[in-house]
Design a protein around this ligand. Structure first.
Ligand SMILES: Nc1nc2c(ncn2[C@@H]2O[C@H](COP(=O)(O)OP(=O)(O)OP(=O)(O)O)[C@@H](O)[C@H]2O)c(=O)[nH]1
Length: 196
């Protein structure tokens, strides 16, 4: 198996609940997108692809950008764009609002995907599935395209149409903590203060 894995970082959301762009929220002086690049892509075998709604949203000549082809369809649209752009068979998809996204978890998901040859490997923690920190095989692209063309958009529904493996870990605390609202961001800042 090719050792390279795409890391598709979804940044094309509207951040309505947060009220400001979650991809650029700063944690200990570091914007979320940079934090994710550092945490997940500090090994050359984990190659970032930034999934955006508009090309103007992010620019870095060293990083591949994937632009939504199904605007308004939410995270699945970003996953579709990322998989279209990715030359790799296996791809970690991550939301941009996960401050404690963990490469150990990503590696575990990748191993499970390789061992069982699944279309997607999705973690389950505290009884909740986390499809926005999950590994997707590139062959999800065709079924995903059909799904989106049929006007559908719910991630959970899509996972039922492919060979999805759910895995329960154990996973590190907070690995799937996501910041949707200002109070979640405040909570992360409190945790970070406790670290210093
Ligand atoms: N590329 C792309 N990413 C998206 C899209 N919608 C959501 N995302 C990303 O998917 C992840 C989860 O998004 P949500 O928190 O469900 O939605 P959101 O639009 O960011 O936030 P709300 O407006 O508060 O629902 C985030 O990383 C978003 O940036 C989209 O249409 N395109």
């Amino acid at each position: 198996m090719n050792p390279y894995t795409g890391v598709i970082i979804l940044t094309g959301g509207q951040s309505r609940r947060m009220g400001r762009n979650k991809a650029t929220l700063s944690i200990a002086g570091e914007p979320m997108i940079q934090r994710l690049l550092r945490r997940l892509c500090n090994d050359p075998e984990w190659v970032p692809i930034i999934s955006v709604k508009h090309p103007a949203q992010f620019h870095d000549s060293a990083i591949s950008i994937a632009v939504d082809q199904y605007p308004g369809k939410g995270p699945l649209s970003g996953i579709h764009a990322g998989l279209t752009q990715s030359p790799y068979l296996l791809n970690l998809v991550t939301a941009c609002d996960l401050p404690y996204a963990s490469r150990c978890v990503a590696q575990h998901l990748r191993k499970v995907a390789i061992k069982g040859d699944f279309d997607a490997v999705v973690p389950v923690s505290d009884g909740r599935i986390h499809p926005l920190f999950a590994v997707y095989h590139r062959r999800c692209l065709d079924p995903l395209e059909r799904f989106l063309k049929a006007g559908k958009g719910r991630v959970q529904d899509f996972l039922q149409e492919i060979q999805t493996r759910y895995t329960t870990g154990p996973f590190p605390t907070r690995a799937f903590f996501n910041m949707n609202r200002p109070e979640d961001y405040l909570q992360v800042n409190e945790w970070e203060k406790g670290q210093s």
